[in-house]
Design a protein around this ligand. Structure first.
Ligand code: ATP
Length: 261
């Protein structure tokens, strides 16, 4: 089974204003096909951990290991405000990674349009980003990430800017795409319910310096009811996670550094 192992990873940032320990000896493992959420107070190092797994920066201590992969896994990142290329149409944006992989144009267009069709967006494939709503643009960014069939999908609050109803729809689309391809997913969110409803496991982090405090297994059956109605112990798990986070969040409020949970 292909696996990601984060082993005793620490990361410090230094700037003119001083030095911040973003992660302190963080360890976790994720299996191929698992959907894992990272949840924690603002500044606890969630994005730093994603960047380290993506290879965009290196740990000061510890290792990131990809085991049982014949070659380096293909990782894709999706951010809250993943920028689309404004001069490219929707399908060209979705197919961008395939162009980088030298797939012929007819084939990549076909793949992009088929992917958009599964999200009910086939009619928009020739539109340009400025003609789309924020929610639609974010859906295109998600389609772009899935188009290359990545081994690992690293998602940093991808749905944060969407309103609650739109978020529910896009969450459903995201789970449908994930279910079809089953990449390993690391999904950063501030939303306790979202973490529990999307993921198999929630890694609850604490801050200053960032550590993994507890692993919570959601254990809900799939397909998930993203309204949460079907999942009897959802409220109990939400409460449990809130209790893990509460003191960090209250501490941030007192020191004036809080953004959100
Ligand atoms: N490039 C950088 N230079 C200096 N400090 C940084 C840098 N990037 C992050 N930090 C600091 O490292 C800590 C962890 O940041 P990170 O963005 O990983 O946290 P986060 O949990 O993703 O935060 P948020 O939930 O607010 O997005 C924070 O204190 C942040 O200010």
């Amino acid at each position: 089974m292909k696996q990601l192992h984060v082993i005793g990873v620490s990361k410090r940032y230094s700037s003119k204003r001083g030095s911040v320990k973003a992660l302190a000896s963080v360890s976790c493992s994720v299996q191929q096909g698992e959907f894992v959420a990272l949840l924690g107070p603002s500044g606890c190092g969630k994005s730093t951990l994603l960047r380290l797994v993506a290879g965009l920066s290196q740990p000061d201590d510890g290792q990131i290991e990809f085991r049982e992969w014949v070659q380096m896994p293909k990782a894709r990142l999706v951010f809250q405000d993943s920028a689309l290329f404004p001069w490219m149409s929707v399908w060209e944006n979705v197919a961008f990674g395939l162009e980088m992989e030298a797939m012929p144009v007819a084939e990549r267009r076909e793949r992009a349009v088929a992917l958009l069709a599964t999200m009910g967006m086939a009619d928009f494939h020739q539109h340009y980003p400025h003609e789309l709503s924020g929610g639609m643009r974010q859906r295109v960014a998600i389609a772009r990430a899935f188009a290359t069939e990545p081994d690992i999908l690293l998602m940093d609050e991808p749905l944060r800017a969407l309103d609650a109803q739109m978020r529910l729809v896009v969450q459903e689309e995201l789970l449908a795409l994930w279910n079809r391809q089953k990449p390993m997913v690391l999904y950063v969110t501030h939303d306790i319910e979202e973490a529990l409803l999307l993921a198999d496991r929630v890694l609850v982090m604490s801050g200053k310096p960032g550590k993994i405090r507890e692993e919570v297994i959601s254990g809900f059956h799939r397909p998930r009811d993203l309204t949460g109605r079907d999942h009897k112990n959802l409220e109990e798990l939400k409460w449990h996670i809130w209790k893990l986070l509460e003191s960090d969040v209250r501490g941030q409020l007192q020191s004036g550094t809080a953004n959100t949970v």
